[in-house]
Structure formats: C-alpha cells, structure tokens
Design a binder for this molecule. Sequence first.
Ligand SMILES: O=P(O)(O)OC[C@H]1O[C@H](OP(=O)(O)OP(=O)(O)O)[C@H](O)[C@@H]1O
Ligand SMILES: Nc1ncnc2[nH]cnc12
Length: 170
Amino acid sequence: MDLRKVIREVENFPKEGINFKDITTLMQDGEAFKFTIDEFIKDLKDKNVDVIVGPEARGFLMGTPVAYGMGIGFVPVRKPGKLPHEVESYNYGLEYGTDTLEIHKDAIKPGQRVAIVDDLLATGGTMEAAAKLIEKLGGEVVSMQFLIELEFLNGRDKLTQYNVNSLIKY
Ligand SMILES: O=P(O)(O)OC[C@H]1O[C@H](OP(=O)(O)OP(=O)(O)O)[C@H](O)[C@@H]1O
Ligand SMILES: Nc1ncnc2[nH]cnc12
C-alpha cells in the first residue's frame, strides 16, 4: 500500500518553511491505519519486546495500537508537567524549537526490552530523548519505529547505536 497517498502535506505549518506531514488523513482511512500498525508489529514480532513507549502526542496514536496488537504494555513519554507521579526529565531540540520530555520513574523496570514508536523522525531529538529516559531507568531500547522519516534532516545520525525502522521516507 502506498501510504504517501493518504498523508496530507501542509505547507508553512506550524511555521514558514515547514512542510508538515499530516497523519490525521492516514488515520481516517481504516485500511491504511490498520496496514500501518500491522507493518510495525511485523517488524517487532521477533524482537522479544516487553513494552512499547510512545512520545506525546502522535507517538500515543501510533504506539498504543501496536502495544494492544502485541498484547504488551504501553508507557507514555510526555511533555513537562503532565505526568502525576515522580518523573525523569530530558531536554531536546526539535525541527522547530526545543522541548522537554518526561517519563514516570517506575514505568520501565531494569532489563526490560523496549521499542519506541512515533509518527515521524525529523532531527531525531525526540527519539534520542525518549531513549535516554528509558536507559536512565535501566531499560534496553531494542527498536525505534517511525511511520515517516524526513531523510534530509539526518535524524538517523543521532540514532546510529539503535535499530531504526521507518515505513516511508521523504
Ligand atoms: O525528530 P524530531 O526533530 O525530534 O521531531 C519529531 C517529533 O516531532 C513531532 O512531535 P511534536 O513535538 O511536534 O509534538 P506532537 O506529537 O505533540 O504534535 C513528531 O510527532 C515527533 O515526535
Ligand atoms: N515536517 C514535519 N511534519 C510533521 N511533524 C513534524 N515534526 C517535526 N517535523 C515535522
């Protein structure tokens, strides 16, 4: 299935010069959404994954159905001040700005094998931050899954020590 056909491109959102990849149109299409989640699961099924982590907010949309489909747990990585219990924090850079991510300190157990799922790889800052948080808690990041990779931003260069899979590249 050609997923490019169901991803809408919006010029100059949220800032001048950004060509925004809108996955809401993919998610509206039941066949395309199912195909996407099944592709993630296909790549993950032999990796002995204990838990899926998804970064807010679009990582929740991609990650939770993957966890459900695999019958394993889901852990959110959230923007600051959203998680109610004790957190680990990490600052990172975006294609357009900077941000902080947090994870509950007790969400990952030492030795757990973790796959991180997100909609898009741009500069790689979000994924690197999520991985650092997981590793700080003693988890092992065994896979990073993206629906979309923006190759011209070279996000993979930040993630060379990890197993990275993306379904479509621009
Ligand atoms: O590779 P990077 O340069 O880090 O960029 C990729 C991240 O940016 C977007 O999230 P955003 O922070 O815009 O938040 P949202 O999902 O809540 O819209 C996207 O969903 C990825 O998580
Ligand atoms: N170009 C882009 N489209 C959608 N989400 C993004 N996150 C970072 N860059 C993005």
